[in-house]
Design a protein around this ligand. Structure first.
Ligand code: 13P
Length: 254
């Protein structure tokens, strides 16, 4: 499966940072074997797509409604209109701060996919879930409840342990393998054979120094990168590691 390395710029980026978007898009052309994308702040999407025509630019959230009285929100059609081709949904920072439920995340994913956007749907356990031995159970329930009913269009799932985001800590490679295998099982349960083709990304403190070992883990089909996606100098070695990793023919759940 072709790997996907997506950057999540979160609330970083103004016009002067378009030079980094351009540097990343230009350098990514050398890695045809990897899909690369950047999810930038909504207000930067249109300028980013004009700066790098043809390079995938995404949003970081989308509303589930087509339009209406939703102050401050952005619809799938608006993202497409600005030139976006994908969006993140269900990031833990939104699940927490905006109190987004699994049901809401599912509705957002379905709205985006139906409109023609690719979707990166995030799941992940808290520190206390991991500490109490409930990580697999919590993430599986999140996935079960927030996955769209049909895997139509382009869906990817991102496993992002909350305690690994922005902390420099990552799970052991065994823990990543275990979680990604469980997510693969969940995707196969939801979509039968089509569930084998849904990419499962790892996110949380992915850096140039750990990317290669993470990409070598079975069922890791790419990465969702926060801090290290802001600069081409940090991001491109991660893309290069994805390009160098062995491409598996098929994915079997462990
Ligand atoms: P960091 O790579 O900064 O840990 O962020 C991960 C993340 O939340 C990507 O969505």
């Amino acid at each position: 499966m072709k790997k996907l390395v997506a950057g999540n710029w979160k609330m970083h980026g103004v016009a002067s940072d378009l030079a980094e978007v351009k540097a990343i898009a230009d350098a990514s052309r050398e890695y045809r074997g990897v899909d690369v994308a950047l999810c930038v702040p909504a207000i930067l999407i249109e300028r980013a797509t004009r700066a790098v025509p043809g390079f995938p630019i995404g949003g970081q959230d989308v509303h589930f409604a087509e339009k209406g009285a939703h102050t401050g929100c952005i619809s799938a059609r608006m993202l497409l209109d600005a030139g976006a081709t994908l969006t993140i949904v269900g990031h833990s920072e939104r699940r927490e701060a905006q109190r987004e439920s699994d049901e809401e995340v599912k509705a957002k994913a379905e709205a985006a996919l139906n409109a023609g956007l690719a979707v990166i749907l995030c799941v992940g356990e808290s520190d206390s879930d991991r500490g109490s031995g409930r990580a697999l159970e919590v993430v599986d329930r999140q996935a079960e409840r927030s996955l769209p009913d049909a895997a139509t269009g382009q869906l990817a799932v991102a496993y992002e342990p909350i305690w690994a985001i922005g902390t420099g800590k990552i799970p052991t490679l065994e823990q990543i393998a275990e979680m990604h295998a469980a997510l693969r099982q969940r995707l196969i349960a939801a979509y039968a054979d089509a569930g084998r083709e849904v990419r499962i990304l790892y996110g949380g403190s992915v850096k140039p120094s750990n990317a290669a070992e993470i990409f070598a883990v079975p069922n890791v089909d790419g990465a969702l990168v926060g801090g290290a996606s802001l600069k081409a100098a940090d991001f491109m070695p991660i893309v290069a590691a994805a390009a160098a990793s062995k491409v598996e023919g098929s994915h079997e759940a462990a």
